[in-house]
Design a protein around this ligand. Structure first.
Ligand code: INS
Length: 609
């Protein structure tokens, strides 16, 4: 064990030598692969080949500069894989760059994932309960029925609050830590819920929803970020989807509870009160749980980083952990700034001026915008209204069917996201949504719906065959949505390197909330002004264009080291190379598993011969 660690250390020095002092450079050339060190040896072999192509010398620093992994491709895909050359990067971004830890998951990582993803549950529950609550509020606020505008304000206040905090939450997570920010969000949930439960005035209720939204914005950003920073790379996608599962599960539970409490006097206060349970649980757990190792490294607290890694990778030798943390520390490139505002500004500049960061931003914000502008949330909020227009009167049952489909297909995404890959599930989901939306648009045309004011007038009452077509295809749409674009955008943290991850994910999350706000507030107007057929056709067109966007701009990132993501994006979107590399990584891990390399000890980049 010790010898292989030493070898790894030498190799590591070589691999990252261009940002280590030049005196440490010479050791790397001596590294050689053995036949059984399949993945790492092979990789090294590729590197050696590349060096030979460069007349036996390592490529010059200028050739390797900045994010340095270069990927070369040939036309034939198999040959592509063989020609992939991985060179050192100056942005170490994953705990497994040099030492790939055991990929099996420890109880500690499971605990951290579940506790962090309670934020996902609150995101879902708090955005989900409001439609039922609005039905049962009756005259409980200001002793009068809520006007249509007041209902809209109460609904939109949470999205607005989330939009506001999501802009700064990423920087706050870098400055104060991920865990303190999540605990702060618990405080917002608590205050927001108490304001609502005790509300007898409309404005207090709206203020409570806004404060709750502050918590939702922070949680929606930091929870997936937290999970992706603690996850072993091969299951990073899945662990992040757990957050989405809690989210869609939260929406489903909110609709279920809402349906049960609809006719209970002050039932909506109970509905809001229930949201306190997960908040208190998460806060209590976080009193005893640590932050991510990466955050501790950013702060220079290496002892804490070691402690978290030791608990996460229980069967790992202490030497390896120490070595890993030293390595993370030497590669830490957090952006300086005398105060949070200057730091934020420096990060924004870095995000826009480094091409790979800017591409990551295009993908991150692009996917979040697509998620919202393909119309899902309008269905979530208004599915009752839509289904009533096609003759289906029980709006609670409808909401449960639609959000249940969302939950079940998020579960399917959980199983597919690392195995089939993010890109493929997007490229299955978006065309599926397009077709379902086109069918709905056509069916609405034949159903003959018209709007007068805010209410729909249908030519024929009761069920019609076109009505049934609409119900079926809205469910089909929900399934394709949840499988792909409902889930994948929340993998956003993996797109950005450590130094701009906070601000990059902030921008992407803010895009999500801004989109949700726009769609929720314009959907009914769209139905009235451009008819349901026009509205669904509009969403279908967006879904169709989005398929093209993803086809050309979204590389396959499953199984890739976070550093490799940066390198993929360095000089383009590199779709072909990303697919070849993802395939190669999966094969390597599978081979490693066969040889039990990944079972109980960290894999080393080389094994001493
Ligand atoms: O990923 C989630 C999920 O799809 C929810 O159902 C939706 O309401 C959110 O807006 C979205 O961000």
């Amino acid at each position: 064990m010790k010898t292989s660690i030493a070898a790894s250390s030498r190799w590591a020095k070589g691999r990252f030598s261009h940002f280590l002092p030049s005196s440490t450079n010479e050791n790397d050339i001596e590294a050689s692969s053995t036949d059984e060190s399949s993945l790492q040896g092979k990789e090294l072999h590729h590197r050696k080949n590349h060096e030979e192509e460069n007349n036996g010398t390592r490529p010059k620093k200028s050739q390797m500069s900045t994010s340095t992994l270069q990927i070369e491709t040939r036309q034939d895909e198999d040959e592509d894989e063989d020609r992939i050359v991985i060179k050192p990067v100056n942005d170490e971004d994953d705990t497994s760059v040099i030492i790939t830890f055991n990929q099996s998951i420890s109880p500690f990582i499971i605990t951290l994932t579940f506790v962090a993803s309670i934020s996902g549950f609150m995101f879902g529950y708090d955005t989900g309960y409001i439609s039922s609550a609005l039905i049962s509020i009756n005259k409980d606020l200001d002793n009068k029925e809520l006007t249509y505008g007041e209902r809209e304000i109460i609904t939109a206040a949470t999205s607005l609050g989330a939009l506001i905090t999501s802009i700064g939450a990423g920087t706050a997570a870098d400055v104060f830590g991920r865990r303190p920010c999540l605990m702060f969000s618990n405080l917002m949930f608590l205050i927001g819920a108490i304001l609502q439960i005790t509300a007898h005035r409309f404005w207090q209720m709206a203020a409570g929803r806004l404060v709750m939204g502050f918590g939702v914005g922070i949680g929606s950003l930091i929870s997936p970020l937290f999970i992706s920073e603690i996850a072993p790379k091969m299951i990073r996608g899945r662990l992040t989807v757990i957050n989405s599962l809690w989210l869609t599960g939260g929406q489903l539970i909110a609709y279920g509870c809402g349906a049960g409490l609809n006719h209970v006097n002050n039932g909506w206060r109970i509905l809001v009160g229930l949201s306190l349970v997960p908040t208190v649980i998460q806060f209590t757990f976080f009193c005893f749980l640590p932050d991510t190792p990466r955050y501790y490294v950013m702060k220079g607290d290496l002892e804490k980083a070691k402690m978290v890694l030791k608990r996460s990778y229980v069967n790992t030798d202490d030497d390896v952990i120490d070595q890993k943390v030293d390595e993370l520390a030497s590669l830490n490139q957090s952006i300086p700034g005398r105060n949070p505002i200057i730091k934020f500004w420096n990060m924004v500049k870095e995000l826009h001026m480094v091409p790979s960061n800017f591409r990551a931003l295009i993908i991150g914000c692009g996917l979040q915008a697509i998620q919202q502008f393909t119309g899902w949330n309008s269905l979530m909020y208004f599915s009752g209204t839509i289904f009533e227009t096609v003759g289906f009167k029980n709006s609670s049952a409808v909401s449960i069917i639609v959000s249940g489909t969302n939950f079940i297909f998020t579960l399917i995404a959980f199983f597919c996201i690392d195995k089939i890959g993010r890109r493929y599930i997007l490229l299955i989901g978006l065309p599926g949504m397009t077709i379902a939306l086109v069918v709905c648009a056509i069916a609405f045309h034949f159903l003959g719906i018209k709007f007068s004011g805010a209410s729909a007038v249908v030519a024929s009452t009761g069920f019609s065959s076109w009505g049934i077509v609409i119900i079926i295809f809205i469910i089909v749409y929900a399934a394709f949505y949840a499988l792909g674009i409902g889930t994948v955008p929340w993998q956003q943290s993996e797109l950005f390197p450590q130094n701009v991850r906070g601000v990059g994910t902030s921008f992407a999350t803010a895009t999500n909330w801004a989109g949700s706000l726009v769609i929720a507030s314009t959907f009914l107007t769209m139905l009235q002004n451009i008819t349901p057929t026009g509205t669904f056709a509009f969403f279908a067109a967006v879904a169709c264009l989005s398929t093209i966007f993803c086809y050309f701009c979204y590389p396959e990132l499953s199984g890739l080291e976070l550093e490799e993501v940066q390198t993929i994006l360095k000089d383009g979107f590199n779709i072909k190379a990303s697919k070849a590399l993802a395939k190669k990584r999966k094969r390597q891990v599978a081979q490693g598993a066969v040889h039990h390399k990944l079972k109980f000890e960290p894999t080393q980049e080389i094994v001493e011969s």
